[in-house]
Design a protein around this ligand. Structure first.
Ligand SMILES: *Cc1c(COP(=O)(O)O)cnc(C)c1O
Length: 227
């Protein structure tokens, strides 16, 4: 975690700017700005940075590690009942129970064993988090996510075999490729599977993602600064 002290005024200004740009990108695409949710990615940043964002009115946050989120979030949740916490990093099956307990949304469902484990935990714990399937749109061997060709069958298996409600899709495009191709691919996979939520776009490309239909953009650095 960064040990640089958070600058609350800068975080508030950055949030305002990111929100302004999201709204502008939505309007330019003929979309309602309210249809895009900003997920503020606070991974690697401490409680002071989170507190500054909460003070600026931000309520939806993303974390990529279960343990880091467990250390950071319970205290904030006690003070703010309306916080919505998204898991955006890879989830190991042995952390599934903790993730179901802590997160409102798990964006990284990407394999049958995890689907089975989540189904088991969701049956034991209530309420259930909303689930997005992560798609490895660039087919990168080292990256998490189901491949585009396997996505339809995996979504069907989640629904039919594991009885999981799938709310949407998430992707992280390859760094060195034009992101719009990946955003368009994710949107096509979502459309043919009847899914409305599209979590795509980060600090470098969230405006492009909004143009391609993102309902959730995950922005860290542009709000909180470097990690
Ligand atoms: C870290 C991370 C983000 C935010 O990245 P920035 O470039 O800092 O905005 C978004 N999505 C995922 C999956 C991440 O791990």
């Amino acid at each position: 975690m960064t040990d640089v002290a958070a600058d609350p005024a800068a975080i508030a200004a950055n949030l305002a700017e990111v929100r302004r740009r999201i709204a502008a990108a939505a309007r330019a695409a003929g979309r309602d700005p309210a249809a895009v949710t900003l997920v503020a990615v606070s991974k690697g940043h401490g409680a002071d940075a989170v507190a500054a964002a909460l003070d600026a009115g931000q309520r939806v946050f993303g974390e990529n590690r279960v343990q880091e989120a467990e250390a950071k979030w319970p205290a904030f949740r006690r003070d703010h009942a309306d916080i919505e916490l998204h898991l955006i990093g890879p989830l190991q099956t042995n952390k599934a129970a903790d993730a179901v307990a802590l997160f409102d949304v798990i964006e990284t469902l990407d394999r049958p064993r995890l689907a089975a484990k989540l189904a088991q935990e969701i049956a034991r714990q209530k309420p259930a988090p909303r689930l997005y399937v992560q798609v490895n749109t660039g087919d990168e061997p080292q990256k998490a996510g189901v491949t585009p060709t396997a996505a339809d069958a995996f979504i069907a298996a989640c629904r039919d075999e594991h009885r999981l409600g799938i709310a949407g899709l998430m992707c992280v495009p390859p760094i060195d490729e034009e992101p719009s191709l990946h955003f368009a691919l994710l949107a096509r996979i979502a459309a043919r599977n009847g899914l409305e939520v599209l979590s795509m776009g980060m600090s470098a490309d969230y405006e492009v993602a909004v143009a391609f239909g993102a309902t959730h953009v995950r922005v860290g650095t542009a709000i909180f600064g470097p990690r």
